[in-house]
Ligand binder design. Structure first.
Ligand code: ATP
Ligand code: ATP
Ligand code: MG
Ligand code: MG
Ligand code: MG
Ligand code: MG
Length: 254
């Protein structure tokens, strides 16, 4: 067909819509694994926390941060990752589709690309996928509360899962029995079960599990070279208290 025919068809382009993200607001992209309850079972993840899987998630997220310098902080737990883009970020003219789909697909392809480095002899049985959403936060307080929400969720789920899997793996209960036993229990009660029945002090569990992973950019100086180099570094610490933000004043400027 001819160039003229092509321009005859071109009107369909006008059906496209573009959503532009509100200026001057924090952009959070959160991705989450599709059906990872099943995915983790099929790939024999250690329960409740498979360190290889967390390492792979962190590696995929670091790859995304390396490519997109507007990301100032990322927070990951379980099968999810949140990427925080600086509020003035001009990336793709703040086109929502571009930002969301590029970050998501780079994360997903990196997860598959680096699979063998973390799972060695475990064969990837089918291609995993992740959903994603973008949320805008107008104030620093909103952004901090978003991260607080995710980290509080990490803590609640991890305390539950640690107790649940102790009851099954160490206590010999069935999944159903463990679920019933935990129904209606508060945090103190779960801590008590862990300690009295299994000698586990929840406080001594890994911060990687209790706090999740915060990825930040840090400048490090090589002892032999002049130039400092930027690296993406993982932290497993509380980000709800002010201490974290007092140490990292560059993230929320002003
Ligand atoms: P959806 O598609 O709705 O997100 P999902 O099965 O992925 O469903 P989530 O609420 O996202 O449900 O929970 C993820 C699940 O993946 C966890 O409940 C857990 O079973 C499993 N999982 C994720 N990461 C790990 C890990 N590092 N170690 C062990 N299990 C994990
Ligand atoms: P953008 O990021 O804006 O999409 P782009 O470089 O991907 O930039 P496209 O307009 O999407 O630009 O064009 C894709 C280009 O990829 C083609 O112009 C061609 O150079 C190359 N390409 C894609 N598929 C093939 C293929 N099967 N064989 C050879 N080249 C290909
Ligand atoms: Mg979900
Ligand atoms: Mg999921
Ligand atoms: Mg999840
Ligand atoms: Mg292209």
């Amino acid at each position: 067909y001819t160039k003229m025919a092509n321009s005859k068809f071109e009107y369909v382009k006008d059906f496209e819509t573009q959503e532009k993200l509100l200026p001057n607001s924090w952009i959070v992209v959160r991705i989450d694994g599709k059906g990872f309850h099943k995915f983790s079972t099929k790939h024999n993840f250690n329960k409740p926390n498979d360190t290889r899987a967390l390492g792979l998630m962190n590696r995929a997220a670091a790859t995304v941060m390396n490519e997109y310098k507007d990301i100032v902080l990322s927070y990951g737990v379980s099968d999810e990752y949140s990427f925080v883009l600086r509020r003035q970020c001009p990336l793709y003219n703040r086109r929502k589709d571009k930002i969301m789909t590029y970050l998501n697909s780079l994360f997903t392809s990196s997860y598959v690309y680096f699979w063998n480095e973390y799972f060695h002899d475990v064969k990837l049985k089918y291609p995993p996928s992740f959903d994603s959403r973008i949320v805008l936060y107008p104030t620093d307080e909103n952004l901090r509360d978003y991260l607080n929400w995710r980290q509080a969720d990490c803590h609640i789920n991890n305390l539950y899962n640690t107790t649940f899997w102790s009851l099954i793996l160490k206590g010999g209960l069935t999944n159903c029995e463990a679920e019933q036993k935990l129904c209606g229990t508060d945090s103190a009660h779960k801590n008590e079960i862990l300690f009295s029945e299994f000698g586990i002090n929840y406080n001594n569990e890994l911060d990687l599990f209790k706090k999740g992973t915060i990825l930040l950019r840090k400048n490090i100086k090589h002892p032999l070279h002049e130039k400092s180099r930027q690296v993406i570094y993982p932290f497993h610490e509380d980000l709800i208290r002010d201490t974290f933000w007092d140490k990292n004043t560059n993230i929320l400027p002003g």
